[in-house]
Design a protein around this ligand. Structure first.
Ligand SMILES: Nc1ncnc2c1ncn2[C@@H]1O[C@H](COP(=O)(O)OP(=O)(O)OP(=O)(O)O)[C@@H](O)[C@H]1O
Ligand SMILES: [Mg+2]
Length: 291
């Protein structure tokens, strides 16, 4: 068991890793996955900042049970510094919440977004993971955040529209000048086999029409306990730690940690205002060998 001192020592030399959770179709489980993954990474000893970038229909705060006094909107409009808008969840990640229904946020100008991103980059230096929950679809807001990240996990459910829309999103991301690493998270399936078959189907299409296949980062099983957890405003990982979705989300967290060891997804990106996001990373984490 790590002492508090050892933990803070590890924090000093930790390396920031940045990833986004996206989807073509809405309502397929992006927020369930973002929140659950964040909690699972915190359980593993990582420091996680979860940023709700769904600027029009924010809902991370609802699913994790915080009632933020200040939100991203207050930061963007100069009402408070970014650190004041970050809420902590016991045993969970720190959250930078968006404000739901703020249309002016959803249509934020590029220069405002750049200022916000600069602040976010500086602030993220104290974390191991920056996880961005984005809005669904292929609109400018979603793509701006997704294409800026070194790794995007696309959530897909087993419905024809979800698969079609995931395909469209993947195509757009692959079409970027410097595409992010794209991985798949299959959500709400009854069996692992159903998830594997869905991933294989999608990969047949991406291979045929884009010449590339996509690794499956995780499969999250369907369980009505997820709905119960949302009603209790807690992550399913904390609400029902031994449930199938909680175990799947922990497995996903492990897969993301492994992928971050194999490929450095905190490296600088030249594609946007997020360009120097990794320069805040400070070498290898002492934690790496322990998980
Ligand atoms: N693995 C699961 N098992 C059972 N229900 C699930 C699962 N994942 C998600 N759900 C259900 O799907 C609903 C939508 O999930 P969530 O809010 O995470 O989707 P979203 O993609 O973030 O939606 P939006 O695009 O609106 O942001 C939840 O209310 C939850 O009840
Ligand atoms: Mg959501």
């Amino acid at each position: 068991m790590e002492t508090k001192e050892q933990r803070s020592e590890a924090t000093v030399s930790r390396q920031l890793r940045c990833l986004a959770i996206g989807s073509g179709k809405g309502g397929v489980g992006k927020t369930v996955v973002s929140v659950g993954l964040s909690v699972a990474l915190v359980e593993m000893g990582y420091r996680v900042l979860l940023f709700d970038a769904d600027l029009g229909l924010a809902n991370v705060d609802l699913q994790i049970g915080i009632d933020p006094v200040f939100t991203l909107q207050d930061v963007v409009y100069g009402e408070c510094p970014l650190e004041q808008a970050v809420a902590s969840v016991p045993g969970g990640p720190d959250i930078l919440a968006a404000s739901s229904g703020a249309r002016e946020m959803a249509t934020m100008s590029e220069s405002r977004r750049d200022i916000l991103v600069d602040d976010l980059i500086k602030f993220s230096a104290g974390y191991d993971f920056l996880i961005i929950d984005t809005e669904a679809g292929i609109g400018a807001g979603a793509i701006a955040f997704l294409q800026a990240m070194p790794q995007v996990n696309v959530v897909v459910a087993n419905e024809p529209t979800s698969v079609m829309d995931a395909y469209s999103l993947i195509k757009i991301l692959f079409g970027q000048p410097v595409p992010p690493e794209i991985r798949l998270v299959v959500n709400s399936v009854k069996t692992e086999d159903e998830g594997l078959r869905l991933a294989a189907r999608l990969n047949e299409a991406t291979k045929r029409f884009m010449g590339r296949t996509i690794e499956t980062a995780g499969i999250v099983l369907y369980d009505s306990v997820v709905g119960d957890a949302i009603r209790a405003r807690r992550s399913v990982v904390q609400f029902s730690p031994q449930s199938a979705p909680a175990l799947c989300l922990r497995h996903l967290a492990q897969s993301i940690v492994s992928s971050s060891k194999a490929r450095d997804f905190g490296k600088p990106m030249k594609r946007s205002a997020f360009g120097n996001i990794a320069s805040v990373g400070q070498g290898d984490s002492h934690l790496e060998g322990q998980v």
